[in-house]
Write a protein that binds this ligand. Structure first.
Ligand code: MV4
Length: 449
């Protein structure tokens, strides 16, 4: 095992990783931007180094600064957390060439899955159902129209280097497709430095279901079940749960087995997530793979009893996964509410500022992962997520009730947060019945007007 690692991140995930390290007896080095000097990750790490000014490009994305910090403090490995450099193959390569272990997949894994067409191609070859569409980049109007004719409207244009919803365009006819193609290519070029786009059949009102996988450096791969991340707004996840109320034991098993088959086929190492879309008829399709530890990992921890961050670090250190697929038992139901400093009654407008009063909920079945404290100043420079509430119960209904009462106890003042939104969802009939799609949040707000 490592004796000292650097955490190239901030906020709740930096704290989460520091906690795992303390339990593993690993010393920690925090890095921070100037405005983050009073953050808890700085306070709780064994050492801390300032790596630049507020803008992420100058600090948490500043590779020379981070590598220098790692060399000065003589760490053996770097944990990137999520966001920032977590899925930057170039950064993972630099770590390797500096003889610092990147805690995550191989640079080749990251690069291949970053190309969404290559990922789909690998999935198709491994025998997974993939969304019908173009198999190579669509360059011309003629190619676009030919693809649309084959698969039928509606279609969606996506950036090859995209993911997470950036630069997507839904089209219902040839005229719209032709004009959207050029805009999508230009947008892709501007956002990712790669103008390649591809076309897929557009699946209306789907559900987003992802499978957590873990693979060690010795070829062992297991899955840890699914997470239903359907409740999102503008590609920002708001609430996740496991097990998904939308799938039965049989599809769960199939989705898991195929996720493992895919991971084996690409020689995947460490924690990853296979994203599927589920259509109205409950058919599932591979969409993409995330090559990082994810925000919503705690709900999987709740139902499996496995500490994903400890596994993540152990695997990077060369340890074997010591359990087989059948050893992994799924118990109970878990729900995560992401708490954002945003005003749900004003189009989720960011609400940065100083927090004066906090009451964190607790009690049976509750876990809170957060970096906030009374007096903490939420910076407008970074993501507005300020914490996560994870509720665990024997059944989905119990988890919802525990979540609801914890939300009642949750006080953060004077800034606006998404807590009132979460309370509404816990009382929503469609949510309670487990019947909702990616349109859920929009519908919730339309009904109100
Ligand atoms: C889709 C889709 C429908 N059909 N692809 C959104 C994020 C990005 N990873 C892919 N996304 C979608 N891709 C096809 N062929 C609908 C979405 C989508 C979505 C997916 C998951 C969760 C929420 C979503 C909200 C809007 C659109």
């Amino acid at each position: 095992m490592f004796s000292k690692i650097l955490i190239a991140n901030r906020g709740e995930i930096a704290l989460r990783i520091i906690r795992a390290c303390k339990e593993l007896g690993i010393r920690t080095v925090a890095v921070y931007s100037q405005p983050d000097i009073n953050s808890l990750h700085v306070k709780f790490a064994d050492e801390a180094i300032c790596i630049g000014s507020a803008a992420s490009a100058n600090s948490y994305l500043n590779i020379p600064s981070i590598i220098s910090a790692a060399e000065i403090t003589d760490v053996e490995a770097i944990h990137p957390g999520y966001g920032f450099l977590a899925e930057d193959a170039h950064f993972a390569e630099i770590c390797e060439s500096c003889k610092i272990k990147f805690i995550g997949p191989t640079p080749a894994n990251i690069r291949r899955m970053g190309d969404k067409m290559a990922a789909k191609d690998a999935a198709r070859k491994a025998g997974l159902p993939v969304i019908p569409g173009s198999k190579t980049a669509v360059k011309t109007k003629e190619e676009a129209i030919k693809t649309a004719k084959e698969i039928g409207y509606p279609v969606i244009i996506k950036a090859a280097a995209g993911g997470g919803g950036k630069g997507m365009r839904v089209c219902h006819n040839d005229v719209r497709l032709i004009s959207a193609l050029l805009t999508a290519q230009r947008e892709a070029e501007a956002a990712f430095g790669n103008s390649d786009v591809y076309i897929e059949k557009y699946i209306e009102s789907p559900r987003h279901i992802e499978i957590q996988v873990l693979g060690d450096q010795h070829g062992s791969i297991v899955h840890l079940g699914e997470r239903d991340c359907t409740i999102q707004r503008r590609h920002q996840k708001l609430i996740e749960e496991t097990p998904s109320p939308a799938i039965d034991h049989k599809s769960r098993k199939k989705m898991g087995e195929l996720a493992v088959k895919f991971s084996k086929a690409i020689g995947y190492v460490n924690a990853g997530t296979i994203e599927y879309l589920l259509d109205k008829d409950n058919h599932f399709y591979f969409m993409e793979m995330n090559t990082r530890i994810q925000v919503e990992h705690p709900i999987t921890e709740a139902v499996t009893g496995i500490d994903l961050v400890k596994e993540h670090i152990g695997i990077a250190a060369g340890e074997h996964i010591r359990y087989k697929q059948d050893d992994i038992k799924f118990n109970g139901s878990a729900i995560e509410c992401r708490i954002y400093a945003e005003d749900p009654d004003n189009d989720f407008m960011p609400s940065p500022g100083k927090i004066n009063i906090i009451n964190l909920p607790g009690g049976r079945g509750i876990r809170i992962d957060t970096h906030i404290y009374p007096g903490y100043e939420i910076s407008p420079y970074y993501d507005s997520m300020i914490g996560k509430l994870i509720a665990y119960g024997k059944t989905r209904f119990e988890a919802i009730k525990i979540c609801e009462r914890a939300l009642e106890e949750f006080i953060i003042e004077p800034i606006k947060t998404t807590i009132p939104f979460d309370k509404k969802v816990m009382n929503n009939p469609a949510f309670l019945r487990g019947r909702f799609s990616t349109d859920f949040v929009e519908m919730l707000f339309e009904k109100k007007e």
